[in-house]
Write a protein that binds this ligand. Structure first.
Ligand code: FAD
Length: 403
């Protein structure tokens, strides 16, 4: 267990500052805790896992421009630069119709083009190490990790300046105990993740391959190393994850574009079930659901963590107003839910439709898919619109972006 000095709370009642208890120190809870502390709020950050286990997840995240902006705002971007692998091209293949489309830097909106990447791939470990180190340096944050039994009654957090944040992931016990409404749909598809070495890949290129059994993302993580996020029926993912490494590499190579070949497995592959879920209201009294405790989507397009971080960004805008006295505490919960609603619905719907549309060989859908891919390949404005929806969020399509 790690414990730092508890921040002083006595003075909070006389200022616009609040006390936040953040349950869950995954990438969402840890980033939110840091943002709150930057604003001067005091934070208790609690996780049932010990620090080392929080760091040890073998996963790489696709980082979009909305996440870049948040990391820059919190002063983390420059310290992560050495660990970010940019990609300047994204190849989209529909295997059933044999159509290919490319996204390049020219398809970015002007405000994003200066960053000279369509997106970045960031490994979990350096991200979490930086977040936990920064949190440990903050006098306003108290951390408790490896705590097996946490008192989780939201009703005990009704003191006006106290807030409870559920950042405890998709199986959130806080959400369950609060009785918040939660819709969920388990996909038949699961997902296999593995880090591999590839030969023949274009430099600085990410690949999204739509295949009848499910989409596959191949994401550059530096040199000739790639993170593969391979969706297929869950039983198949489990079998593949348990197969011998040369069998897995052969199966993978047979599905990749012709010039690519998987030559080495770099970690232990994992198989995960996939679900679509949403809590239609992210607030319950003074409990706020942030990140995957409130929503979850298919990993197609690498939206998951970016969507969680847009929760963080919107909530930080509101807590800033709270601190400045521009927002009353009783208004914040509903405003948070309202502000997040259309982005969440847009991304959840879009990822779900992509899966339904592309994970099959339905003869009636094939001509429509062909037209969609041809439009993407030949019409710049279609590419710009889709890329902006993916990287900034669908809610920003009609607004100007901050520089
Ligand atoms: C296979 C796969 C591939 C993915 N690929 C991508 C990708 O390429 N790009 C992307 O953006 N996203 C991706 N995602 C999604 C991404 O991993 C999640 O969006 C992200 O981890 C969510 O972060 P979180 O902090 O909300 O939840 P989590 O990471 O689940 O963190 C929750 C934390 O809460 C803690 N906790 C749980 N219960 C309690 C409790 N009772 N008390 C205290 N602590 C508790 C847990 O220990 C954990 O540390 C992928 C997901 C999967 C499954």
């Amino acid at each position: 267990m790690v414990t730092t000095a508890s921040p002083a709370r006595d003075s909070l009642a006389t200022t616009g500052l609040s006390h936040f208890r953040v349950i869950g120190a995954g990438p969402t809870g840890a980033l939110l805790a840091l943002g709150l502390a930057h604003q001067g709020h005091s934070v208790d950050l609690v996780d049932s896992l010990p620090r080392q286990a929080l760091l040890n997840r073998s996963r790489a995240y696709a980082i979009t421009h909305s996440s870049r902006r948040l990391l820059q705002r919190l002063g983390l971007w420059s310290d992560l630069t050495a660990n970010l692998t940019p990609f300047s091209a994204l190849r989209l293949d529909d295997r059933a119709t044999h159509q290919t489309s490319w996204f390049t830097l020219d398809d970015l909106r002007d405000a994003n083009r200066k960053a000279e990447a369509i997106g970045w791939i960031l490994d979990h470990r350096p991200l979490m190490r930086l977040l936990l180190d920064r949190l440990a340096q903050s006098p306003r944050v108290a951390m408790r990790f490896g705590v097996a039994d946490i008192e989780l009654s939201p009703s005990s957090f009704l003191v006006p300046e106290d807030w409870m944040i559920a950042a405890d992931g998709p199986r959130s016990s806080l959400r369950q105990r609060s009785g918040a409404l939660h819709w969920s749909h388990r996909y038949q598809q699961g997902c296999l993740t593995a880090k591999v070495r590839l030969s023949g890949a274009e430099p600085f290129t990410a690949y999204e391959l739509f295949r009848p059994e499910g989409p596959m993302a191949v994401l550059p993580i530096g040199d000739d190393r790639y993170q593969v996020v391979w969706s297929a029926p869950f039983s198949l993912c489990r079998d593949r994850a348990g197969s011998k490494s040369d069998e897995l590499l052969t199966a993978l190579t047979s599905l990749l574009p012709q010039e690519l070949s998987a030559t080495e497995l770099l970690d232990q592959p994992g198989a995960f079930p996939l679900e679509l879920s949403l809590a239609p209201r992210l607030d319950r009294q003074r409990l706020l659901l942030v990140g995957e405790s409130g929503h979850r989507c298919h990993p197609v397009g690498g939206q998951g963590l970016n969507l969680c971080w847009r929760d963080v960004s919107d909530l930080l805008d509101l807590t800033q107003q709270l601190r400045d006295g521009a927002l009353k505490p009783r208004v914040l919960p509903r405003r948070y839910t309202r502000r997040r609603r259309w982005d969440l619905i847009g991304v959840l719907l879009a990822t779900d439709l992509l899966i339904r549309f592309f994970s099959n060989r339905h003869p009636l859908l094939l001509p429509i898919r062909r037209v969609a891919l041809v439009a993407l390949a030949h019409l710049g404005w279609v590419r710009r619109l889709s890329l902006s929806a993916m990287t900034d969020g669908p809610g920003t399509l009609l607004t100007s972006l901050p520089e």
